[in-house]
Design a binder for this molecule. Sequence first.
Ligand code: SF4
Ligand code: MG
Length: 333
Amino acid sequence: MLRLNQVSAQYNMLNGYVKAVDRVHFDVKKNEIFGIAGESGCGKSTLLKVMYDLISYPLEISHGSVEIHSQDKNGQTTIHTNGSIHKSWWKVISYVPQGAMHVMNPVARIKDQFFDAISKYHDKKDKKELQAEITRYLQELELPPEVLKAYPHQLSGGMRQRVLIALATFLHPDIVLADEPTTALDVVVQRGILTMLSTVQKKMKNSMVIVSHDMGVHYQITDRMGIMYAGQMIEVGPTEQIFNNPQHPYTKMLIHALPKVGDNSQKEGIPGTPPSLREPPTGCRFAARCPHAMELCRISDPARVTVGEDHYASCHLLDYGIGGGNHGAAYLT
Ligand code: SF4
Ligand code: MG
């Protein structure tokens, strides 16, 4: 459905480049929720912008490509690549940005925000017909149609987020991207948003990509996920495998730091901080914080290794089959 092909992206700042995304490579399949996890500043949001083709100065793609394979009603496949993906916004791919309040127009009613966003992509030119269809869709998602008359500030944070999700999915896009959809909401509201996202995905059988720093979000709704560290995707696999059989030392530490039911021991975070993305170190970017770091780690980049079915990680321990599980590690070609 969506493929990132060794993509690198950077911010061209006055005093040099910030290399926010470095040779990221993965696929998102049809009919799945794919999660992207990692600490703040690791490049997750930039990666979403790259997928959405939301590229404007100072952000630029310096290497690689993004491809979307979409099928129309007649089964005809169209390939959209970065630079042209923006022509298919709303219909093929849509985006729920972070911070529902900031992205809405504060002086326009929700109804008008829908019209502005959608009318030029929709075949129904008649405003009444379109409004009836929007109302029906909101009801389908269990949102009260009265929200259409409201201004953004009259809605709760959770309701604004629901409205944004409704807007982004109204035209049944093949891919929906959501950046930290539950941040700044309380736990009960968060759960409601996650349920809504997974209900919509099940209904449409499309693909969703959810960025979140919260591993709990991934555990609850994603099918597969990728872990980012300092601009790189260091492990990708089925969510169940990431939680139960993590292979990269960073992923292991992330999982280990999660609170578990019945365990009241104090959990420690991962000591140290990620490297600067202005001048990232050579070799493994996690080396300064990794308890297993070897000489080799500071010299050469670990390659991506297949560690299980549909499960990859980049670490020198895996190159030699000395870390992780009892699989024979094989290079990915
Ligand atoms: Fe640690 Fe080396 Fe693996 Fe990096 S490559 S995660 S430093 S063992
Ligand atoms: Mg972010």
